[in-house]
Ligand binder design. Structure first.
Ligand SMILES: [Zn+2]
Length: 196
């Protein structure tokens, strides 16, 4: 039986690299894959999955209102399909994660989702929350903090380099930058450890 997979991490853990390598392993065996990425993510260009080590591939984009079950089911007319890959899965809505579960359960096609677990305030992204709740297989991909510990958190810095502790979950454009950190350095950076 096919399964729903969620590979999660902080930033810079090599999610896109892992996705593209895995997709390559399928196509190398003559199998057909479908790649999705979020329309909101235009760091590279719309409809491209690019890894920091230079791998890249075209991908379909999902918009906030895309019906992924309908889209994938329509693709099956005239195409074989052995596996679906979704990058930036944190931007999926709860409904879209359920649509992907339906692809697994009704169409018997495995779906591999890759995404960031939590935002700069340490809160789960909606897509990640739903995937953590209903995926069959959960795998953590490890990013590294500047101290050498595993990085599980993300710090957002404004244009002046100050850690941001409040605001919108997703900011498109602007001068903010992001850094993956261990929990200890995350709390030290945003200054929200309770005082003793
Ligand atoms: Zn650290």
């Amino acid at each position: 039986m096919a399964q729903l997979y969620f590979y999660y991490s902080a930033m810079n853990a090599g999610k896109s690299t892992s996705l593209l390598q895995s997709a390559h392993n399928y196509t190398e065996q003559g199998m057909q894959v479908l790649l999705f990425t979020a329309a909101v993510d235009e760091r590279v260009e719309k409809g491209v999955i690019a890894s920091r080590i230079g791998l890249r591939s075209d991908a379909s984009v999902f918009e906030p209102d895309s019906d992924l079950f309908a889209q994938i089911n329509a693709h099956l007319i005239g195409h074989k399909l052995h596996c679906v890959f979704v990058d930036e899965a944190q931007f999926l809505s709860r409904e879209q994660v359920d649509q992907l579960a339906k692809v697994v359960d009704r169409l018997n096609i495995p779906v591999l989702c890759y995404g960031i677990r939590s935002d700069f305030q340490g809160e789960l992204f909606p897509g990640s929350q739903r995937l953590l709740n209903i995926a069959d297989k959960l795998t953590e991909l490890k990013a590294v903090c500047h101290c050498g510990r595993k990085a599980t958190m993300i710090v957002r810095r404004d244009g002046d380099g100050n850690a941001v502790s409040a605001g919108e979950q997703v900011v498109i454009g602007g001068n903010d930058s992001y850094e993956s950190m261990c929990r200890n350095h995350f709390f030290l950076a945003v200054g929200t450890y309770p005082s003793a």
